[in-house]
Design a protein around this ligand. Sequence first.
Ligand SMILES: C[S@@+](CC[C@H](N)C(=O)[O-])C[C@H]1O[C@@H](n2cnc3c(N)ncnc32)[C@H](O)[C@@H]1O
Length: 235
Amino acid sequence: MLEIHKSKYLDFLSKFGVGGAHPGGIALTKELLRAEHIKSTSQILDVGCGTGQTAAFLASQYKAAVTGIDRNSIMVAKAQNRMKKRHLPVTIIEASIEDIPLRNEQFDLIISESVLSFVNKSKALDEIYRLLKNGGRFIAIEFTINQLLDEKSTKEIEQFYGFDTLLMKKDWVALLNNAGFQTIRIRKNQSLSSTPEFQHSQNIEPELYEVMEQHIDMNLKYDGILDYRIYSCTK
Ligand SMILES: C[S@@+](CC[C@H](N)C(=O)[O-])C[C@H]1O[C@@H](n2cnc3c(N)ncnc32)[C@H](O)[C@@H]1O
């Protein structure tokens, strides 16, 4: 049985089947992937793949061998449904990023889009490092705070999203370094955004209809503080 942290936000994303549920959405993903020299022989893993929008793009655009994992069974079902409908040979596995049931050093590229913030980051990064081939690349788009917040605000954000902890840029870099990653690059692309897509479940709890608005309010309240960065690095 997988451990599920309580997050109304993640419940909302899964029941509404939000695709591209990361800052910059699929437009940012496409831009980042363009720089990665992906070939049809590339082995790629999308950790915390959600409804599988990025994994499907990788398989259709680059014909790469793509695997997606997510620990939320609703997300997994929606991702599998997407691949079936589009006849894409993408493997979707229900598993936690903290303990991935795949063998060492099999991927050329691993991507995590707004996932690490929700999990035990050291465990997850150790797993990602283990699964990458030597010379393999890791890209993460992750929430990053621009300044330290008081305890009340920190709790408010962590509880709403179900974040493990809130990190600044230097904290992410330290974690990546500790896991063994090299040539860590950090950037931000504010100009890109895309409209999220939805794959609604049949039964959606009424309280989840308010979560989207709460998410927007939270972003307005912490505008300029609750931010994101793109971290890319090499094993
Ligand atoms: C903000 S969503 C992003 C989904 C997807 N990457 C995207 O950009 O659309 C976070 C995803 O991480 C997944 N997740 C959270 N904790 C996880 C864990 N321990 N292992 C694997 N996936 C996890 C959630 O189920 C959710 O699908």
